[in-house]
Design a binder for this molecule. Sequence first.
Ligand SMILES: [Zn+2]
Length: 252
Amino acid sequence: MDYILVAFMGLMVGGIMNALADSLPVQRQINTPSCRTCGAPRPLRAWLGVGGLLTRARSCPYCGTPRGLRAPVLEVVTIFGTLWIFVYQPSLDRFMSSLLVSAIFLLIAVIDLEHRLILHVVSLPAGAVIGLLGVLSPTPGPLRTLAGGAVGFVAVLGLFLLGEAFAKAVSRLRGRALEEVAFGFGDVNLAALIGLAVGWPGVVAALLVGMLAAGLFSLIYLITMLARKRYTAFVPIPYGPFLIFGALLVYF
Ligand SMILES: [Zn+2]
C-alpha cells in the first residue's frame, strides 16, 4: 500500500514538473498544464503525460503541436525516482526534503536541455527552498549550507568570467564575436544551488564530478564528430544537466 501511494506521489511530482517545464520558460509564470506552442490549456485527460499517451490526446487540440515523449518519460522517471528515495531514505522528513531537492534539480535539467536556459524565476525560489532545508536540517546545517552555496557561486563565477575573457580574446583574433561561452550566468546560479544542497565540502566534489562528466561527454562527442568529419569548433553543450548529475551523486 505504501509503495502504491509513493508511486502515485511520484507521478504527481512528474506531472507538476512537466507543467512547470512547459510554462515557465515561455510564460515566466506558473500555469495549469498548457501547450508550449500556443499556450492553450490542455484537456484534463492530458494533464499528465501518461494520461495523454493512454487516451491518445498526444497533440494540442488547438494548434496541433505534438507533445513529444518528454512528459511521459519524465513521469516514469519521477515515479521510480520517488520509490527509490522512499526505500533509501529512512525518515519522513529526509524523504520529503530529498524529493523536493531532486524535483527542483530535475526541473532545472529539463529546462536547460530544452532551452539552454537556467531561469531566475526557477533559481531564486529554488535557492530559498534548498537553502532553508539545509539550514534547518542537522546535516549540512546552517554554516556548511551557506558556505557551500557561497563557494559554488564564487567558483563558477570565476570560470564564467574566465570564459568571458577567453571569448573576448578569441573574437578579437577572429575579428568577429564568439557567440557561445562555456558557462552562462545561469550555471553560476546553479552552482550556488548545488552548494546549498550538498554544503561544504561536498560542493567541491559535486562540481568536480559534474565538470568531469561534461568534459568526458564533450570529448566523446568531439571524437564522434571528428570520425564523421563533422567537426565544428565551440559546439555548445548545456553544462547544467552534468552539474546536476554531480550534485545528486554527492547529495545521495
Ligand atoms: Zn497548442
